[in-house]
Design a protein around this ligand. Structure first.
Ligand code: UGA
Length: 466
């Protein structure tokens, strides 16, 4: 099929590259000339595992343009994957979605393409956009019926390709069986899992095929928000219990494991830590709170999860304050800046709040991240931090080091050796991923989230872990 994708952000790029890989002829449109120039030169504007290789493997079936005039009127599908930021009033700003719909309405001819709405939009938007497109066509004297499908995206940054090639489900907000048949054809290789897996992104070792879940337009839109809110609530829930675990002398990693073994609860998204971040959870929860309010639905659980998350980000400064008496004049090193490993994304990253709190308390802050240093310099140049070239150099002269992002390389640092470079051997493990016993044996004082400083609980629970 011929597919046009509007928007070269995370979702647009990943979707476009995957659709091209599975055999479609894809054109990505974005108004950002610089971004398009980069993409044409084979460079990606984002850091995403495997994307470069899959882009290379799809060469010949994918092209990029900033010129709407090259819109192919013979396209079978147009995917809208533009940004939906929070607007001034607190609701979702649909400016880019509307602009895309208007552009489509001004250009399509004859056989209308199927429109897929992938941008995350408040419930009701799909219907509104379908009416807008119909109106634009009517203004041009066209009476053809518009087909608009809500097709929300569930990919995670850092695992965008894995999630796109091997999704649990593809959700389709549709009105007719023809629309379902169209989506089935578009995603057929993914639904049947009969494509050759790209190098470096092997098929998971289960035989489960992704489900195509078809429902009505508005329910599909709400599924997206409900999914993100549920995951964020799950993390805030375990973080709330982490704080209780710490007070009563329990180990939250054992508690998470113990509840996660119940298949109704499941083990995922129960990793306690310094809170969730990223461009989606916070934005989507605020957006659905705003939408809920408009429909007299307060969504107190969603609100509470946001509040718990904000409090969680304050833990690091509080723990350091308690251990060091005062932050003033102290040097604190942050291992990791990105909101999670596998990405250079700093949007709503807990690291940014932590830096502000530490600097506000009078500390000198050193930072290192394997991927996000450049982005920090570009997007947060006003933050008063010292950027370190390596994780090792970060430890030099520190009164404490905080693990903020659980990058793989941080798990294998020579901590015993690096401790010797510090003024005080204090380590805050903000993601509960380091070996507490190894660190305490090396003379570190270790604080984690929801566990006692000695990590005793985990040791005697070792047998149960197996
Ligand atoms: C999230 C959803 O997981 C995707 O399904 C969704 O498509 C995406 O938002 C979106 O709406 O675009 P993403 O933001 O990329 O994906 O990241 P996640 O892997 O979900 O992690 C979000 C945050 O939660 C990270 O800061 C991570 O460190 C934190 N987290 C995750 C925890 O603190 N504990 C956990 O157990 C899991």
């Amino acid at each position: 099929m011929k597919v046009i994708i509007i928007g070269c952000g995370y979702v647009g790029l990943s979707t476009g590259i995957v659709l091209a890989y599975i055999g479609h002829e894809v054109t990505l449109i974005d108004r950002d000339e610089e971004k398009i120039a980069k993409l044409r030169a084979g460079e990606l504007p984002i850091y995403e595992h495997g994307l470069q290789e899959v882009l290379r493997a799809s060469a010949g079936r994918i092209s990029f343009t900033d010129d709407w005039d090259s819109f192919d009127t013979n396209a079978d599908a147009v995917v809208i994957a533009v940004g939906t930021p929070i607007g001034e009033g607190g609701g979702v700003d649909l400016t880019y979605v509307r602009a895309a719909v208007k552009e489509i309405g001004a250009r399509v001819n004859g056989n209308l393409p199927v429109i897929l709405l992938k941008s995350t939009v408040p419930p009701g938007t799909g219907r509104e956009m379908r009416a807008l497109l119909q109106q634009k066509l009517a203004e041009r004297g066209m009476k053809s019926k518009v087909t608009l499908i809500s097709n929300p995206e569930f990919l995670r940054e850092g695992q965008a390709l894995f999630d796109s090639f091997y999704p649990d489900r593809i959700v389709a907000g549709i009105d007719s069986h023809e629309e379902e048949a169209f989506l089935t054809a578009l995603y057929q290789p993914v639904l049947l899992q009969d494509f050759i897996p790209p190098h470096g992104i092997p098929r998971p070792g289960n035989d489960r095929l992704p489900a195509l879940f078809a429902t009505d337009l508005t329910s599909a839109e709400l599924i997206k928000y409900a999914a993100n809110a549920f995951l964020a609530v799950k993390i805030s829930f375990i973080n709330e219990f982490a704080n209780l675990a710490e007070s009563v002398g329990a180990d939250i990693t054992a508690v998470a494991r113990g509840i996660g073994l119940d298949q109704r609860i499941g083990p995922q998204f129960l990793q306690a830590g310094i809170g969730w971040g990223g461009s989606c959870f916070g934005k989507d929860m605020r957006a659905i709170l705003h939408a809920g309010k408009r429909h007299q639905s307060e969504l107190p659980i969603v609100r509470a999860a946001l509040e718990v998350n904000q409090t969680q980000r304050e833990l690091v400064a509080k723990k350091l304050q308690a251990k060091l008496n005062s932050l003033a004049g102290r040097t604190i090193g942050l291992l990791g800046l990105a909101f999670k490993p596998g990405t250079d994304d700093l949007r709503d990253a807990p690291s940014l709040d932590i830096i502000r709190q530490l600097v506000g308390g009078g500390a000198r802050v050193k930072v290192y991240d394997p991927a996000a240093m450049e982005r920090l310099a570009c997007e947060h140049s006003t933050l008063d931090v010292e950027c370190c070239p390596t994780a090792e150099s970060l430890f030099e002269g520190c009164d404490a080091v905080v693990l903020v992002t659980e990058w793989e390389e941080f798990l294998h640092l020579p901590y015993a050796e690096l401790g010797e470079r510090m003024r005080e051997k204090l380590l805050v493990d903000g993601r509960n991923v380091l070996d507490q016993k190894m660190l305490t044996d090396a003379g570190f004082t270790v604080c984690s989230v929801g566990r006692s400083d000695t990590g005793g609980g985990r040791e005697w629970l070792g047998a149960v872990y197996k």
